[in-house]
Design a protein around this ligand. Structure first.
Ligand SMILES: [Zn+2]
Length: 126
């Protein structure tokens, strides 16, 4: 069963504060519990059971979250592609429908630009 977003948010709030790190410097060395999360092959020492539950639930939820993210992005891209062009003066027009359509387009455009900027920042950190 996929955990609800609320369940994941509560686990995330209760777990060790982010960011977590994965360090594999000496495989087979007995894990040392500390300030960071370490992975040694199959052995995953966690600071708490909450951390362990969060890791498992997050991985289990990831396919559905990624699928949802894809659907939402596609919806925003469709809005940006087809909205905001009710009349030729839609950018300055005060028709309620034109303003609403342009506002929807602007929300989609701003959100997609923000997502792209976040993705580029994440890519640069890697
Ligand atoms: Zn108009």
């Amino acid at each position: 069963m996929t955990p609800s977003k609320t369940d994941l948010e509560e686990l995330l709030r209760s777990a060790t504060p982010l960011p977590w790190r994965v360090e594999v410097d000496k495989p087979m060395t007995p894990p040392v519990d500390g300030a960071t999360l370490r992975l040694y092959g199959d052995r995953v020492p966690f600071r708490s059971t909450v951390d362990a539950r969060l890791a498992a639930e997050a991985v289990n939820a990831l396919p559905a979250l990624l699928a949802e993210r894809k659907r939402l992005r596609e919806a925003l891209e469709e809005i940006r592609r087809v909205q905001g062009k009710v009349c030729d003066q839609f950018e300055i027009c005060h028709h309620r429908a034109c303003e609403s359509s342009f506002s929807s387009w602007a929300i989609a455009d701003t959100t997609l630009r923000s997502l792209l900027a976040e993705q580029e920042a994440t890519d640069e950190q890697r």
